[in-house]
Design a protein around this ligand. Structure first.
Ligand SMILES: C[S@@+](CC[C@H](N)C(=O)[O-])C[C@H]1O[C@@H](n2cnc3c(N)ncnc32)[C@H](O)[C@@H]1O
Length: 388
């Protein structure tokens, strides 16, 4: 989080920027392990979303494999996290290439699989799941499984991760809406927050707030494209799945509305004296849901990729047991658990851990209350880019 207490404008801007950059990389992580509040047990919404564009992912890897026909296929998952989704996505990609090679009577390539996330990610949980993953791949092929080499590459995807021209295919699901930092433009020259009382773009936010978010997205997304273009071979492709918004308007009944409900949950805690108003004023999420136009323009401006496909979709509301947790819960509670698994590290760092339980209980209640009035679903983008 950016700091507020600076004496002069030069120091303020520099310090605020540096602090927000450093904090995200060092603090932000999904809840690890396999407990009730873990990302492992609260990532079924992301699974549902990536499943909706699975056909696009598998078609794309198939095209890359057929057009490049490499002996050694390099695949990366950026923002892989540590849930069940990580290896299940890779398994399907590997199986698709295997089937295609048999169908076309081509030799099956060896697979180099690179799993990337921030260094704070629970990579150990993935490593521990690897023996079963290898076993499953072999079982389905009568013990003649593919040659597959899995490695972890910790680091931010807003920096270089892989050697030049080493990858054929990049996959990333529900990660790229996370910016590299809280936009520094959310602070004025005196270091005062300009988005007081909100944690993302809301109707109360001054216009400088959406500008600060757009500016940060443009810097980050363009850097991401340039870096990936150095790592991918020509003709290599990326399938990027991330949260977006349906129209150019910043306030929508999708992603921004969910952040607004989280802000309202904070207001309840403030009225109970559990959170200081000033603490909320200085908290903003390092998140941005771009519009289709934001993405199209950024790709065009950067120039290393052709945008082959951009699909927008909603994840239908689901009810029932949470993924692996074996508990019945309302939709609102499920959304609250999913957001908690993602945001708890940042919120605990800023507000302390004592408020987390009551905050997300209130948030789940508000989501259920709003959903009873009308269905609000976040928008997801499925994007395919080819390196030129
Ligand atoms: C919601 S999880 C998605 C995990 C998984 N891909 C899935 O679909 O379930 C988002 C992941 O992106 C990672 N992430 C966010 N910003 C990142 C960055 N700058 N570099 C690398 N990973 C990042 C987070 O640490 C987190 O594990």
């Amino acid at each position: 989080m950016a700091s507020k207490s600076h004496k002069n404008s030069t120091t303020t801007t520099t310090t605020a920027t540096a602090a927000s950059t450093m904090d995200v990389e060092k603090i932000f992580h999904m809840n690890g392990g396999v407990g009730q509040t873990s990302y492992y047990n609260n990532s079924s919404l992301q699974k549902k979303g990536s499943d909706k564009v699975k056909h696009v992912t598998l078609e794309t890897i198939e095209q890359v494999y057929v057009s490049t026909n490499p002996r050694s296929l390099g695949i990366a998952d950026l923002g892989c996290s540590s849930g069940p989704n990580t290896l299940s996505n890779i398994k399907e990609i590997v199986e698709t290439v295997g089937k295609t090679s048999r169908h076309l009577l081509l030799p099956e390539p060896e697979f180099r699989v690179y799993l990337n996330d921030l260094p704070t990610n629970d990579f150990n949980a993935i490593f521990q799941a690897l023996p079963d993953f290898y076993c499953d791949l072999k079982k389905e092929r009568n013990h003649a499984g593919p040659s597959i080499y899995v490695a972890a590459y910790p680091g931010t995807f807003y920096g270089r991760i892989f050697p030049d021209n080493s990858l054929h295919f990049i996959y990333s699901s529900y990660s790229l809406h996370w910016l590299s930092k809280v936009p520094p433009g959310l602070y004025d020259a005196q270091g005062e927050p300009i988005n007081k009382g909100s944690i993302y773009i809301t109707e109360r936010s001054p216009p400088e707030v959406s500008k600060a978010y757009v500016d940060q997205f443009n810097v980050d997304f363009s850097l991401f494209l340039r870096l990936r273009s150095e790592e991918l071979i020509v003709g290599g492709k990326m399938v990027l799945i991330f949260l977006g918004r349906e129209t150019p308007l910043h306030i929508d009944r999708g992603n921004s509305f969910f952040w607004e409900l989280l802000t309202q949950s904070f207001s309840t805690l403030i009225s109970q004296g559990d959170v200081e108003e000033k603490k909320l004023d200085s908290y903003d999420v390092h998140f941005y849901a771009p519009s289709k136009e934001d993405v199209e323009e950024a790709v065009k401006r950067e120039g290393s990729f052709v945008l082959e496909r951009l699909e927008m979709f909603e994840i239908e509301k689901e009810v029932g047991d949470i993924n692996g947790g074996g508990m019945k819960m309302s939709y609102g509670r499920r959304v609250a658990m999913a957001v908690r698994a993602i945001q708890e590290s940042m919120m605990t760092h800023h507000f302390g851990g004592a408020i987390v339980e009551s905050l997300f209980e209130e948030y789940g209640r508000l989501v259920d209350q709003e959903m009873a009035k009308q269905e609000i679903q976040p928008i997801t983008f499925g994007v395919v880019l080819r390196k030129i």
